[in-house]
Design a protein around this ligand. Structure first.
Ligand SMILES: Cc1cc2nc3c(=O)[nH]c(=O)nc-3n(C[C@H](O)[C@H](O)[C@H](O)COP(=O)(O)O)c2cc1C
Length: 158
């Protein structure tokens, strides 16, 4: 069974999670696909599609929104799992529900909120200012939930 992990990432955390999932599942049958570099995609070779995005200012990545919109019919015929990288623990479920369409959330075999990272060295001036102001955090921090990534992987291994 071939698996594709489609993701979009600003500072690399969603990509990091895609690679962790790939390694934990089976790196020989799983491919990762960064929408930033390869916007066009043929899903016909894959039985399972994992979709990952981060949240920035309340929204998932526009490339992921477009990917879901363009491929909804095809995705409904595949085994799908969704994950989200984010740092606002209070709003994370709301952010997940607001950004991934209900049809896909219900179709997905596992919906994972996997935490995230603030990588100050990769942020521009404006992003640093915004993150400091909104979250009060002013240096790099990682809050990835490996156990939730494992839950996703274990569901897909069944
Ligand atoms: C400018 C900026 C805005 C963010 N806005 C949100 C937000 O609205 N809600 C949230 O839960 N996390 C927010 N985050 C946290 C990101 O989702 C987190 O840093 C994530 O790990 C980024 O993943 P990426 O590097 O793959 O894009 C924000 C981060 C940055 C840098």
């Amino acid at each position: 069974m071939k698996t594709l992990i489609v993701f979009a990432s600003s500072h690399g955390t969603t990509e990091k999670v895609a690679n962790i999932i790939k390694e934990k599942l089976d790196s020989t049958t799983v491919q990762t696909y960064n929408l930033k570099y390869k916007p066009k995609i043929d899903l016909s070779d894959y039985e399972t599609i994992i979709i990952g995005s981060s949240i920035h200012a309340g929204s998932i990545q526009s490339d992921i929104k477009k990917f879901i919109k363009d491929n909804t019919i095809s995705l409904m015929q595949k085994r799908v799992s969704l994950y989200l990288c984010c740092m606002d623990e209070k709003k994370e479920q709301e952010e997940f529900n607001n950004n991934y369409p209900e049809l896909l959330r219900n179709h997905s075999v596992y919906n994972a909120i996997v935490g995230g990272e603030f990588l100050f060295e990769k942020m521009n001036f404006f992003e640093r200012f915004l993150v400091r102001k909104i979250s009060g955090v002013s240096s790099t921090v990682s809050k990835l939930r490996i156990e939730e990534i494992d839950n996703l992987v274990n569901t897909l291994k069944k």
